[in-house]
Ligand binder design. Structure first.
Ligand code: PLP
Length: 420
């Protein structure tokens, strides 16, 4: 039994290039929509159906003691060994995510995006090291740095997300890693990832990127030089607001350390959740295209409204880092913020509370629209965002954009009535 899924390539994950080879072995790139449909569907994992089945197991059985010892005595990647190492359901999703990041070597899955961030950071950092962390980072990432990492003797310095090549001046003797999030998921500054990566490489510093907003379809993190690309798969991979899931995709020099750390931390994703992740992934290209078009239309409409001071959307020229966005990204997604003109908490709540088509709740990336108040100033330490009024973050779902615009128009009138 243990031999059944042996990796023909000596336990190395299959590289993303494999799918691009035609029958004669010639290199011929395929499109993103084709890739999300086909990626990770090895026949030995799908067993004759389209999506990999849910492969529930803790114990794997062997024919003999000899087989059992042989399985444990070797590298156990892509081998049935024990439930914690996963089975074809998880391997298929992980391999699909690797295939979406050209140049990547392997992907590991985690029970949430935050768990993925923790495993990635712990695979790179040791006591005495310093982490450079973007000031625009997702708040739980900040808390991990200032809490858990600090407790284990790792210090953090926060940097301005617009620092670009200037990051070189912050890299010191103890700096081991730079953690980027681009765009920032509340304020949407786009970072100059290639410039930061170049400065890091010159000093032997590892780079990590939270790529949740763009996904590998709209920002190819590994191709841009990032060492570890992190996704909260909870968002666009799953796409239906019903599963928590995370991933880290790594380059060749980093994947073994990441795997060792993940195994030692005991990280494993249930096959049901991995299966739902695979199921979501198959439609991600078409979902993302709708999220992108609808969000952009709504963002542009908001820009023309007198109640709105600024719209923070990377595809709009008014967004910090927009030039970098047009240079490096292949598209945008459905999440952005807007800044109101004046008003306070009561006026902002009047806008949000009465919305009919937007849920009020955390997370994003599902098929349904969401609206929340955000107060980015509360989190920052290296930079001070200066906004003319309260900020609202929208996740634009797959509804008709005209319905969402009408809903927001009524909301802005409620806002203006309370603000006076
Ligand atoms: C949601 C989110 C995370 C964390 O993912 P979970 O699956 O909720 O733990 C990390 N980074 C960003 C940018 C996110 O939006």
């Amino acid at each position: 039994m243990g031999r059944r899924f042996d990796d023909a390539e000596g336990n190395r994950p299959v590289s993303a290039d494999r799918l691009d080879d035609d029958h004669e072995g010639n290199h011929k790139p395929i499109g993103d929509a084709t890739r999300v449909v086909t990626a990770g569907r090895r026949p030995e994992w799908t067993q004759g159906v389209v999506n990999p089945p849910v492969w529930r197991a803790s114990t794997h059985l062997y024919d003999t003691v000899g087989d059992l010892r042989a399985a444990g005595g070797r590298d156990t990647h892509h081998r049935l060994f024990y439930g914690r190492r996963g089975a074809p359901t998880q391997w298929s999703l992980a391999e699909a995510l690797t295939e979406l990041e050209p140049g990547a070597e392997a992907t590991f899955l985690y029970p949430s995006g935050v768990a993925a961030i923790a495993a990635a950071l712990l695979s790179v950092l040791s006591p005495g090291d310093e982490l450079l962390l973007t000031d625009s980072a997702y708040d739980p990432t900040r808390s991990m740095a200032t809490g858990l990492l600090k407790r284990f003797g790792i210090s953090t310095r926060f940097y301005d997300p617009l620092i670009g090549a200037g990051i070189a001046d912050l890299i010191g003797e103890r700096t081991r890693a730079i953690f980027m999030e681009s765009p920032g998921s509340l304020t949407f500054e786009v970072q100059d990832v290639p410039a930061i990566v170049a400065a890091a490489k010159a000093r032997g510093v590892t780079t990590l990127l939270d790529n949740t907003w763009a996904t590998p379809l709209h920002f190819r993190a590994i191709e841009q030089g990032v060492d570890l690309s992190i996704l909260a798969c909870t968002k666009y991979i799953v796409g239906h607001s019903d599963v928590m899931l995370g991933s880290v995709t790594a380059t060749a020099p980093h994947w073994r350390k990441l795997r060792e750390t993940s195994f030692q931390l005991g990280q494993v994703v249930s096959p049901d959740d991995a299966w739902l992740g695979s199921r979501g992934l198959r439609t991600m290209a078409v979902r993302l295209a709708h999220h992108q078009a609808s969000a952009l239309k709504i963002a542009q409409w908001l820009e023309g409204r007198p109640e709105v001071d600024r719209v923070l959307h990377p595809a709009l020229p008014s967004c910090p880092g927009h030039g970098i966005f047009t240079r490096d990204f292949r598209g945008s997604s459905g999440l952005f913020s807007f800044v109101l003109v004046g008003g306070g908490e009561a006026a902002r709540s009047a806008l949000i509370d009465g919305l009919r088509h937007f849920g009020i709740g955390y997370s994003w990336g599902g098929f349904e629209s969401l609206a929340i108040p955000v107060d980015p100033g509360n989190y920052r330490t290296a930079t001070r965002p200066d906004f003319a009024g309260p900020v609202v973050r929208l996740q634009i779902g797959l509804e008709d954009s005209d319905d969402l615009i009408a809903d927001l128009a009524a909301g802005l009138e409620r806002f203006a009535a309370v603000r006076g």
